[in-house]
Design a protein around this ligand. Structure first.
Ligand code: IMP
Length: 181
């Protein structure tokens, strides 16, 4: 059987490093939200494994919701953001934490968080597994970040290349021959 791991050039962040960092982030979130009954809003599909890992660690009262936001095409940020149907009544006057896989230009999170603020949240913060600070184009100030990474296209732990590799247990970089040019 051929494994998708054969397509990986290098591992950037190991499963163990992700586990450890998620536990640290959870401690911070406990301090900030344990009496607030917040809503953790998972941005599908990329944030699913990160959200699941965080939920393993979070022991206070909370609500979970999901939203589908799309902005990437292959390896390119399209700059426009599409949000599928979502019942915004759910988040009125609530503390909301947007759970995202990666911030690249920041446009997706900026547009999504602006929209949620317009819809009347009580507070809104961003929890992202990864951030690529050199590519950030918009002011965002995400409060909870797992790892800052260099400007490389990464896959695994929810992140995809053309819908593949989300099921790798770590964050890595693909071999150049696997990428369509
Ligand atoms: P932004 O709007 O440019 O910040 O892009 C954010 C979205 O682009 C993320 O939610 C991902 O879906 C996707 N994305 C950005 N960088 C990467 C990457 O290195 N690998 C996989 N997806 C990425």
């Amino acid at each position: 059987m051929r494994s998708i791991e054969e397509d990986v050039l290098k591992v950037l962040i190991t499963k163990e490093e992700i586990d450890e960092r998620c536990a640290e982030l959870a401690e911070q979130l406990h301090r900030d939200y344990q009496d607030e009954n917040p809503i953790f809003l998972c941005i599908l599909k990329g944030a699913m494994p990160f959200m699941a890992k965080m939920l393993d660690h979070l022991k206070f009262k909370m609500q979970i919701e999901c939203i589908r936001v799309k902005s990437y095409d292959g390896m390119n940020s399209t700059g426009s953001v599409k949000i599928d149907d979502f019942n915004f009544d759910l988040i009125k006057d609530r503390h909301v934490i947007l759970v995202e896989d990666i911030i690249d230009t920041g446009l997706t999170m900026k547009k999504t968080s602006d929209l949620f603020k317009e819809k009347g949240v009580k507070s809104l913060e961003i929890l992202a597994l990864l951030n690529k600070p050199v590519l950030n184009k918009v002011p965002l100030n995400p409060k909870y970040i797992g790892f800052e990474i260099p400007n490389e296209f990464v896959i695994g732990f929810g992140l995809d290349y053309d819908e593949q590799y989300r099921n790798l247990p770590y964050v890595g970089v693909l071999k150049p021959e696997v990428v369509k040019h």
